[in-house]
Design a protein around this ligand. Structure first.
Ligand SMILES: NC(=O)c1ccc[n+]([C@@H]2O[C@H](COP(=O)([O-])OP(=O)(O)OC[C@H]3O[C@@H](n4cnc5c(N)ncnc54)[C@H](OP(=O)(O)O)[C@@H]3O)[C@@H](O)[C@H]2O)c1
Length: 309
């Protein structure tokens, strides 16, 4: 990538897309092609075709997707499958046909088999049954990274896929209905503190183990991989450490300053028991995350206080 290369960040207003824009600008890449959903609905093939035929971006970061937590996946399975399949098919295909030099597609750690050995290595993909609560999203994402592989083999298209772990950071979705666990907990503890509630109820048993990466670290890894990674095999992006949901809740409770108690609700689903990525391949490229979990949560809470949910 050169400083004046035309770079399309699809989904630039989302958690990942906005971090990519920050990182690209900070790295001196200022020729960015950005369209929000009102300007361009990526599920509409003809509209995506028009954008690529007209602008012909040289590099594409595909960070647009329909994303959500367990509840959202469970209640809108059709939308998760349809929208994600449509977005990625339209963008990858148009990029290939209109001369894009390289495309980076974002998979996710939640598309590994539910009971795969831990830490999760890239070659565990498609070796077992998926976690049922997000299988619709997972099937779509697996199709996306397979499309990148297939287009590389058939057309020589330079597309790579990343498998990021759970992300968090400024611009996250803090909705109580369809957010991920970390922003949902930040908001719950914050509101409990504001209303002097006696307790906070946390979904599930608190025992599942999860890994979290600050989205600015992910954006940094994306830039490195766009420049240096050329393999058809998806590559994990994580920090290599995990903790239980109970430990995470305790960290957030402390940062927010909530003094009540925490109760776990085992009638709610836990999801996959453990999800930790093996980051050996990424580490071999010389990359390591720079933001520790506690300081990342502190700055994310400061962002939340400034911007609200
Ligand atoms: N968040 C995580 O923990 C995590 C972990 C691993 C992988 N990932 C992957 O990272 C990628 C980005 O996730 P994110 O967390 O940044 O999600 P996000 O905050 O929900 O952002 C998604 C973006 O996609 C846009 N979008 C959705 N549907 C669209 C459509 N039909 N047309 C145009 N734009 C559309 C959204 O636009 P609006 O703002 O207008 O809705 C939003 O800007 C996804 O592929 C996800 O699978 C995320």
């Amino acid at each position: 990538m050169k400083p004046d290369s035309l770079i399309y960040v699809a989904g630039h207003r989302g958690l990942v897309g906005s971090a990519l824009v920050r990182r690209l600008r900070a790295g001196g890449f200022g020729n960015l092609l950005l369209r929000d959903r009102q300007e361009l609905d990526l599920t509409r093939q003809a509209a995506v075709e028009d954008l690529f035929a007209g602008a012909r971006p040289e590099y594409v970061f595909l960070a647009a997707a329909k994303v959500g937590g367990i509840l959202a996946n469970d209640t809108h399975p059709g939308e998760f499958l349809r929208d994600n399949l449509a977005i990625q098919t339209n963008v990858i295909d148009a990029a290939r046909r209109h001369g894009t030099a390289k495309l980076l597609f974002l998979g996710s750690s939640c598309i590994y088999p539910k009971l795969a050995p831990q830490p999760l290595r890239e070659d565990y993909l498609l070796t077992g049954a998926l976690e049922p609560t997000n299988e619709w999203y997972a099937i779509a994402k697996i199709a996306g990274l397979k499309m990148c592989q297939a287009y590389r083999r058939q057309y020589g298209f330079n597309a790579i896929s990343l498998m990021p772990t759970n992300l968090y950071g400024p611009g996250d979705n803090f909705s109580l209905e369809n957010s991920h666990v970390l922003p949902a907990l930040l908001r719950k503890f914050h509101e409990a503190k504001e209303t002097s509630a006696p307790e906070v109820v946390v979904w599930g048993t608190g025992t599942p183990r999860r890994e979290f990466l600050h989205v600015d670290d992910l954006a940094d890894a994306c830039l490195l991989l766009m420049q240096r990674y050329q393999d058809e095999v998806p590559i994990n992006v994580g920090c290599g450490r995990d903790q239980t949901i109970a430990e995470l809740a305790e960290t957030i409770r402390g940062i927010v300053g909530f003094t009540g108690s925490v109760r776990f609700d085992p009638s709610r689903p836990d999801g996959t028991p453990r999800k930790l990525l093996d980051t050996t391949r990424l580490s071999a490229l010389g990359w390591a995350p720079g933001i520790r979990l506690e300081s990342g949560i502190r700055s994310t809470y400061a962002w939340f206080l400034q911007h609200g949910p």
